[in-house]
Design a protein around this ligand. Structure first.
Ligand code: DHE
Length: 516
């Protein structure tokens, strides 16, 4: 039956009697001007499966027919037939036949600096610059810059399309870098409240990490399979590292993280059973014995080598690990072996797996946070496939408790000064719920439902931990500010589908209450 239906649809698409145009022709006529002749993006985003399948919201055919709110994307429902829309959607979901070379030169050509930018010698506002909180508004691709004391919006700037992952701040909190799924990296100056410039570091990217000294920015790419390292100063390309496993298999980079004490980047690789560590300070490795012995050079793509800088070390695993949680000292990481129902602990100093624990229900370790519970240091992680939080002792890697929630969650947040962990319910009928959990008793002390029926997710604290900011993750959404102690609402700031919020101080100090 299914085969028959597929056959009929294929016949309908190929039918020579209708006036149906070929999808490639429709693309060239109606889409290429904004999305690029090569489908890699222009003023509009890239239209390739890697980007499309990650995008939340309406399905591709629906967007072609009705357009996309709050963007330049018009509706084609009146000019294209249903069959043409369906075949165009299929065409866009087909992988590119060849992935263009996206090396140092091509990247450098995309570098753009905002002519309106004028650096300031000091912040142009009176607010505490370290208590600034950025709120990413995915509804219309903007970031709001909030004063963390008065909750006044100091600026609201346009970002590249579809920002993903946390923005990364320079260690002094002055500049911030934002990345889009299309690989654009934007630099913004918080002191002058102005965009500095942009560069396209990849074609489909995952996240970014900044080095401990604030000089280098690493971009994890799925397409091409590389790690791009940029200078934070002028967004120039310092390295493009092709990512190839020891056995010669190319790999996508799932994510890149900064390990501050190690002065290195740690890479999660999607397709090979390896973790990579990349030195961001040539002097750092005496601290880590294993690092000096296993460094490999010759990773340079057409650029001069720096002695020791960006030297790479491989840690071999039994299977690929995704989605990392790091202990506060960055000696150990916990990674999930997707679909295996378990997590693996890797000691980065000795460079091998040291423990594993059963964690079914797809833990979201990247959202993990840690705190002291009695005399133990624990971490907690939500699960993407079940309404549970696992609490794990990070000394002996035993599971201390499993907290039942009203549905699968995505993010967790706390603060050194707070008694509570805030845990959202991101999926299912109870996605309007936010649990507040006591860090010692592990009891859910309150379940907030600020807008019944609306998705409520992701929390960030102010610098002093006195307030918690919660996103109402809807087109006409809001950031709600709560008193973090009384759990009473203080104020509501209207926003367009706000997702993550990021407090400068909490991020640059690697607060234990935030994921890194
Ligand atoms: Fe994310 C962070 C991976 C889907 C919103 N997400 C991250 C990070 C990783 C990651 C590795 C840490 C990066 C960092 O901050 O440096 N995300 C993934 C996935 O693999 C997954 C499940 C599938 C995918 O689409 O790639 C995924 N993520 C989503 C979404 O669907 C979310 C909810 C909406 C969106 O914007 O796409 C989403 N991810 C976020 C946010 C953060 C994030 C808001 C930053 C959290 C923080 O507090 O730091």
């Amino acid at each position: 039956m299914i085969r028959f239906t597929v056959f009929i649809s294929a016949l309908a698409l190929a039918c020579p009697f209708g006036a149906q145009a070929e999808p490639a022709e429709i693309y060239a006529r109606d889409c290429a001007a904004c999305h690029g002749a090569d489908r890699l993006g222009g003023t509009g985003p890239a239209l390739i499966p890697q980007t499309l399948k990650r995008m939340r919201g309406p399905k591709v055919a629906e967007v072609i027919a009705h357009g996309r709110v709050a963007t330049q994307m018009p509706a084609f429902g009146d000019t294209l037939s249903d069959g043409e829309i369906a075949s165009l959607a299929t065409y866009l979901k087909t992988p590119l036949e060849t992935v263009p070379d996206w090396g140092a030169e091509r990247i450098a050509r995309t570098r753009w600096f905002d002519p309106a930018y004028t650096p300031a010698d000091a912040p142009v506002f009176d607010a505490d610059p370290l208590n600034i909180t950025l709120a990413v508004e995915t509804g219309d691709h903007h970031v709001s810059v909030l004063d963390g004391d008065s909750f006044e919006v100091l600026d609201r700037f346009a970002t590249p399309f579809a920002v993903h992952g946390g923005p990364k701040f320079t260690p002094d909190g002055r500049y911030v870098f934002v990345m889009s799924r299309d690989g654009w990296v934007q630099k913004y100056d918080i002191w002058s409240l102005q965009q500095v410039g942009r560069v396209r570091a990849g074609l489909n990217s995952r996240n970014i990490a900044i080095s401990a000294d604030g000089k280098h920015l690493a971009v994890a790419n799925y397409l091409p399979m590389t790690l791009t390292i940029l200078s934070t100063d002028d967004l120039s390309v310092e390295r493009v590292m092709p990512v190839v496993g020891r056995e010669g298999t190319k790999s996508r980079v799932s994510a890149v993280y900064q390990a501050p004490q190690r002065r290195s980047f740690i890479l999660a690789l999607k397709d090979v059973p390896e973790i990579w560590e990349v030195a961001t300070d040539p002097e750092a490795d005496p601290v880590y014995e294993g690092f000096v012995h296993s460094r490999e050079k010759g990773m340079v793509e057409g650029l001069p080598s720096f002695e020791g800088l960006f030297a790479r070390r491989r840690i071999m695993l039994s299977e690929p690990l995704d989605d990392f949680f790091f202990t506060d000292d960055y000696r150990n990481l916990m990674g999930a072996a997707r679909g295996s129902g378990r997590a693996v602990v890797v000691n980065l100093n000795v460079g091998r797996e040291i423990a594993q624990l059963p964690l079914p229900g797809m833990p979201h370790l990247g959202s993990g946070i840690s705190w002291r519970m009695g005399d133990r240091r624990v971490m907690a992680t939500p699960h993407l496939k079940e309404g549970k939080l696992s609490v794990i002792d990070t000394d002996d890697w035993s599971i201390v408790a499993t907290i039942e929630t009203e549905g699968p969650g995505f993010f967790l947040r706390s603060h050194e000064t707070s008694r509570y962990v805030w845990a959202d319910v991101f999926f299912g009928p109870n996605r309007d719920a936010m649990h507040v959990i006591d860090k010692q008793s592990l009891e859910i002390v309150r379940t907030l439902r600020p807008v019944p029926g609306a998705t409520v997710a992701h929390v960030e604290f102010t610098r002093d931990g006195a307030h918690a900011l919660v996103s109402v993750w809807e087109e006409d959404g809001a950031v709600i500010v709560y008193d973090a102690e009384t759990l009473e609402e203080v104020t509501r700031l209207p926003m367009r589908k706000p997702s993550g919020k990021y407090n400068v101080f909490n991020k640059i100090t690697f607060s234990e209450g935030t994921s890194h």
